[in-house]
Design a protein around this ligand. Structure first.
Ligand SMILES: [Ca+2]
Ligand SMILES: [Ca+2]
Ligand SMILES: [Ca+2]
Ligand SMILES: [Ca+2]
Ligand SMILES: [Zn+2]
Length: 369
């Protein structure tokens, strides 16, 4: 005798213009996360906006490469040459438009359904960039951009790659973040720099969110990173960011002048100063990297510079994003009236194999009184 099993099911299609959402993870479907029900998602780039040989097409490829360094299981791929793009057409697409209000918008379609448990699976993601924004693709040094063209470093152009990583974060199911330093806050000043090289990256907070949604990659995806940016409070749904600072031993910010859009601090020979930096664990496991601190004659921090301090501490990849100060002494051998750079370098002996080895060092400009 057959039994009739009655399955109660609720389907509520949701459509969200994600720029207005303020949450790291969307739990609006009875507490379950909005996410893809797959770890492999393909996007299609418009043939009009991303033609062969175009720098933005190159940049889009770099963005996918950077996204795919995340320590969760989700991976994106990009196909090019889509001649017909549109919203809610069953295809995940990327294109340019003049008719959006934000610099970029991620549209996500998902369904909150019950089948012996709730799920909120994404069925389509479209990402649209506003073509009147003064973007730069940032492909001067391959995957890294020339830093001084970018707004966070006194340049005129908004970095396309940070914006795109933010939107692809939405495409994976991440909402906005306003409580810590995050690409899902203000994207354009969530960026790594050493020397002239600026690198757009997902960062610890977004990567932690992706691990919550899709689980650890389990492929030993590790990365520690050091940046001279930090959280600077909430700006609506977005975190705002500011450069890390240099303080005296009482915690008072040292006097500075703006040079090339950066604070260059006035220091004295032999002075003890507190150097503030942000230490991220963008990977899937806890790490305890060695950290070397240097003084350098240029803003390229490397093991060739003058070592002035070292330490080590544990960094957990749990989205807390660790900004802290370290006391160092300005060497008395420096020349008065000359510009130098203090800096830090994570994992100087390369004992941690990382998916990103080029984000381990950064600097703070100084001038010796
Ligand atoms: Ca299409
Ligand atoms: Ca579409
Ligand atoms: Ca390493
Ligand atoms: Ca690294
Ligand atoms: Zn957004």
């Amino acid at each position: 005798m057959k039994k009739l099993i009655l399955i109660s099911s609720v389907i509520a299609a949701s459509f969200l213009g994600m720029e207005t959402q303020a949450a790291t993870l969307d739990t609006s479907c009875n507490g379950v996360y909005k996410k893809w029900n797959t770890n492999s998602v393909t996007y299609r780039a418009s043939s009009v906006g991303f033609p062969s040989g175009n720098d933005y097409r190159t940049a889009l490829g770099h963005v996918i490469t950077q996204f795919n360094k995340n320590p969760s299981k989700i991976r994106f791929s990009m196909q090019y040459g889509d001649t017909s793009v549109g919203m809610n057409n069953g295809q995940n697409e990327v294109w340019w438009s003049s008719s959006i209000s934000a610099p970029a918008v991620a549209y996500t379609w998902s369904s909150c359904t019950w089948f012996f448990g709730w799920s909120n699976n994404i069925s389509e993601s479209d990402i649209v960039f506003k073509n009147t924004v003064n973007y730069t693709p940032g492909v001067e040094y391959g995957i890294r951009a020339r830093a001084d063209t970018l707004t966070p470093y006194g340049g005129a152009s908004r970095p396309f790659k940070t914006t795109a990583l933010h939107e692809f974060g939405h495409g994976a199911g991440l909402g906005h973040e306003n409580g810590r330093y995050s690409i899902m806050g203000q994207d354009w000043d969530h960026i790594h720099r050493n020397y002239v090289y600026a690198l757009a990256y997902m960062g610890e907070d977004a990567n932690y969110g992706l691990r919550q949604l899709y689980g650890n990659n389990a492929g030993n995806v590790q990365d520690v990173g050091l940046v001279h940016w930090k959280y600077n409070g909430a700006s609506g749904a977005y975190s705002s960011h500011i450069r890390t600072k240099l303080y005296n031993t009482s915690g008072v910010e040292l006097p500075y002048s703006f040079v090339n859009g950066e604070r260059r601090y006035n220091v004295s020979k032999g002075q003890q100063v507190r150097m503030e930096l942000t230490y991220e664990n963008n990977g899937e496991s806890g790490q305890a990297p060695t950290i070397y601190y240097y003084v350098s004659t240029n803003n390229f921090i490397s093991t060739a510079d003058t070592l002035i301090a070292s330490t080590s501490f544990a960094l957990q990849p749990e989205g807390s994003v660790y900004t802290s100060t370290r006391t160092v002494t300005i060497p008395s051998t420096l020349n008065s009236g000359q510009n130098y750079f203090l800096g830090g370098l994570l994992d100087p002996n390369n004992t941690i194999a990382e998916v990103e080895e080029s984000n381990n060092a950064t600097y703070i400009p100084i001038r010796v009184n």
